[in-house]
Design a binder for this molecule. Structure first.
Ligand code: TXA
Ligand code: MG
Length: 316
């Protein structure tokens, strides 16, 4: 069973020995390994049961360190980096040859992020390599927002989980690419679209799954609980011939016992809702009910990313 602790030195020693380690970030917990070590990166794919065509994000601690991972930094990327790093934002940049092809699934671009968590930033500064890290969940399941979530699902395959408390953002990072004149958002996430557009102007959003997804986080059936989940349409009522659970925004739904419902934010705060989303989906998944219902949120700010996750979770 994984040891859970707050000792950066232990995490560092495991990583330097080529092991995978659970790490906290402000978005979700990651399953980290030395990004320059192909064997260590291979272990990530094995532990997650993740297909090799789904590339990983490389995490580092400073813009100087990013410069060693990429061959160029477009102006728009630099502006976003300066505005929002460390933070819940991932940039797709031309990959430097020193990054193994396994990390990027053979793509010419590498996904890079400086995460905004003090413990993980300190860990990254103490290492002389960057960390490749996907979310620390089995492929296709809900991302973990606590060390306990990681231990529950991957604990027997990971020697150490660095515990940085509950993730403060609670949604995976927003992914932006710069291959076209107008930058493209490939995954809605913890950095709101409106904030990005305030810095670099209009972006295009391409988050729908295709047969050859450029960001496989776009795959429809992703972030899903094990129980079937139905996203309620306006004025749609849950069918209750069997016990059901519900994820609601501000108010309990009539007719379903309160202990089978989770309220994302009683005050209607989208930041609070994002922070609670994955933990509540997990809690609902563990209830003795046969089906889950979720209420869509206002489609602004982080509400867009939350709705995106709920839509994907509702695909069978
Ligand atoms: O917030 C986050 O981004 C978390 C924390 C741990 O940093 N990480 C995360 O990783 O969500 P993961 O692997 O679960 O999702 C990363 C997404 C995947 O959908 C992957 O396809 C996409 O990023 N991606 C990675 N490298 C890419 C590349 N070179 N080109 C296009 N998409 C890429
Ligand atoms: Mg993931």
């Amino acid at each position: 069973m994984a040891q859970i602790g707050t000792d950066i030195g232990i995490a560092k020693a495991f990583l330097e020995a080529g092991n995978v380690v659970g790490i906290p970030t402000e978005t979700v917990y990651g399953l980290a390994a030395n990004a320059f070590d192909t064997n260590a990166v291979l272990t990530i794919f094995q532990v997650k049961n993740r297909p090799a065509f789904d590339p990983l994000i490389v995490h580092t601690h400073s813009l100087d360190a990013v410069a060693e991972l990429v061959t160029s930094l477009p102006d728009a990327a630099r502006q976003l980096a300066e505005a929002f790093w460390p933070g819940p934002l991932t940039l797709l940049l031309p990959k430097h040859g020193r990054i193994p092809d396994l990390v990027t699934s053979g793509l010419p671009s590498v996904a890079v992020r400086i995460p905004g968590h003090p413990l993980t930033l300190a860990l990254l500064r103490s290492l002389d390599f960057p960390l490749a890290a996907p979310s620390a969940n089995p492929f296709g399941y809900i991302s973990p927002t606590t060390a306990r979530h990681v231990a529950d699902q991957l604990g027997d395959q990971v020697p150490y989980i660095l515990d940085g408390g509950p993730a403060q953002v609670g949604l995976e990072s927003t992914i932006v690419g710069f291959d076209t004149e107008v930058p493209t958002v490939f995954r809605l996430g913890g950095m709101a679209l409106e904030q990005i557009e305030r810095v670099i102007g209009p972006v295009s959003v391409r988050t729908h799954s295709t047969s050859n997804p450029q960001a496989p986080g776009m795959l429809s059936s992703h972030y899903a609980p094990r129980k079937p989940l139905t996203l309620l349409m306006p004025d749609q009522k849950p069918v209750q011939d069997e016990p059901v659970g519900a994820l609601v925004f501000q108010h309990l739904l009539p007719g379903i016992p309160a202990e089978q419902q989770y309220v994302l934010s009683p005050t209607g705060d989208l930041t609070e809702a994002a922070k609670n989303l994955f933990a509540y989906l997990r809690a609902l998944d563990a209830l003795d009910v046969v089906r889950l219902y979720a209420e869509p949120l206002p489609n602004v700010g982080l509400g867009r990313a939350i709705n995106d996750r709920l839509r994907r979770a509702s695909v069978p």
